[in-house]
Design a protein around this ligand. Structure first.
Ligand code: ARG
Length: 457
């Protein structure tokens, strides 16, 4: 067991169990890069403000860079008795360059240090996630453009409702992911604020230059209250919350892909390379990827609730409870990145079953609303037209017919307003293309939306 950096006032050694229980090094070692980056900036500032000597700063910075190389080449030994990444690096620095290494922690506490590290970490990762959302959006538009003519059943209450373009359906997700992208961009605004200089909770006795550190690290601003700065994890919560909403969107899309690839729906075929088989049923081809994305949504919600709960009763300022912020954030970063990456690839390789869809869109009386509109255009109040068409549908069900299979004389028994042109009016493709309002499913509108998007990209 190594001597603790804070052992001065202690007469006994830490219990082994306590050491293991309180350590964060098993998971926060992944902050090593940010920790070193932050320490280098802090050290440069200490020297610029004449708090430490230039030569000392140089030694410290060189030592830190070497430590980074040690970690990256796997030579660094993380020590659980040194609790966390901050003390592991600091102790190694002193080992390497001697007592002068101990000057690095001047005007700093682990409380503002860890806040800085997570902000640096999240800044990098959120930018990565924004890029991955961009790639997914591109896959969506590409797929929508390629299949522009294909009509699928649109559902409400999971009952066939009205025919829509497949591309229109897919572009609904484009809009969702665009909002996600905006949310993550907004999260960055609160992440990108520099807390160092708050020290333990009250600020520091040294004449430091916080703005200089912010400038070195590319932060847009610095925090304005030291107690808030060390006690705040709102930015992580916002990240978790944006992630939860993003995963909810991916989960909804997953649910649709799973349904669409059943023999009952049969709208799509996921590529073999994205499915798995069953160890007992030879015929099975399972949509494991969308299922797992849907499943993983649960743990992302859990991560959000977990950190919200950690934070809910904490008095100011830093409390050890806050060490529990890291695992939910790391797990979310990993899960979101993996889900987004696999999704783009899966969409690229997914195929539509066009013949089957052609048959499906004739089912379900999906142009019944168009039929009612037809009568309404001919002067029948819409409510009455609705009633008439309801009876037509009921007649079809009893006689096992599609709307398009009725004869004109059958229709005229329900209303004399039906003329020959009704058949053209309830044609599925015509029905789709008549939804020619901004945001509607007509081919013209969807193509307009696609070119709008392409211009933005
Ligand atoms: N490992 C700690 C964490 O992740 C670092 C801050 C510890 N501060 C302290 N005063 N014990 O939160």
């Amino acid at each position: 067991m190594k001597k603790k950096p804070w052992s001065g006032r202690f007469e006994k050694e830490t219990d082994k169990l306590v050491e293991e229980f309180t350590a964060s090094i098993p998971f926060d070692n992944r902050l090593y890069k940010q920790d070193i980056e932050g320490s280098i900036a802090h050290c440069s500032m200490l020297s610029k403000c004449n708090i430490i000597k230039k030569a000392e700063a140089k030694k410290i910075i060189e030592g830190l860079k070497e430590i980074q190389r040690e970690i990256e080449s796997g030579r660094f030994k993380f020590d659980i008795s040194l609790e966390d990444i901050h003390m592991n690096i600091e102790r190694r620095l002193i080992e390497k360059i001697g007592a002068v290494g101990g000057k690095l922690h001047t005007a700093r506490s682990r409380n503002d240090q860890v806040a800085l590290d997570i902000r640096l970490y999240l800044r990098d990762e959120v930018n990565e996630i924004i890029k991955l959302i961009g790639a997914l959006k591109k896959s969506i538009v590409k797929k929508a453009k390629k299949n522009i003519g294909v009509i699928i059943p649109g559902y409400t209450h999971l009952q066939m409702a009205q025919p829509v373009l497949f591309s229109h359906h897919l572009l609904a997700y484009y809009d969702m992911f665009e909002r996600d992208e905006e949310r993550f961009t907004d999260v960055l605004k609160r992440v990108n604020i520099m807390p160092l200089g708050s020290a333990a909770l009250s600020g520091t006795n040294y004449p430091i230059d916080r703005r200089y550190v912010a400038k070195l690290l590319g932060f847009a601003d610095i925090t304005t209250n030291s107690m808030d700065a060390v006690g705040d994890r709102d930015f992580s919560l916002e990240f978790l919350s944006a992630s939860a909403i993003l995963m909810m969107h991916l989960s909804r899309l997953s649910e649709e892909l799973i349904l669409w690839s059943t023999s009952e729906f049969g709208f799509i075929e996921l590529d073999d390379s994205f499915c798995t088989g069953s160890s007992i049923m030879p015929q099975k081809k399972n949509p494991d990827v969308p299922e797992l994305v849907r499943g993983k949504t649960g743990r992302i919600y859990g991560n959000l609730i977990s950190l919200l709960t950690v934070m809910k009763s904490l008095p100011l300022a830093y409390n050890k409870d806050m060490q529990e912020d890291k695992e939910p954030v790391f797990d979310t970063v990993d899960t979101v990145k993996a889900s987004l990456s696999i999704y783009s690839k899966m969409l690229d390789t997914m195929q539509l079953k066009r013949d089957r869809l052609k048959k499906m869109v004739e089912q379900g009386f999906m142009t019944a609303t168009d039929m009612a509109d037809y009568l309404a255009i001919k002067g029948i109040p819409f409510r009455d037209a609705h009633e008439v068409v309801g009876k037509v549908v009921s007649y079809c069900i009893k006689n096992n017919k599609l709307l398009s299979e009725l004869t004109l004389s059958e229709l005229q028994k329900f209303s004399v307003k039906f003329k020959k042109d009704i058949f053209d009016f309830i044609n599925v493709e015509k029905s789709v293309n008549r939804k020619d309002v901004i945001g509607g499913t007509s081919k013209r509108q969807v193509l307009k939306r696609i070119s709008e998007i392409e211009e933005q990209l």
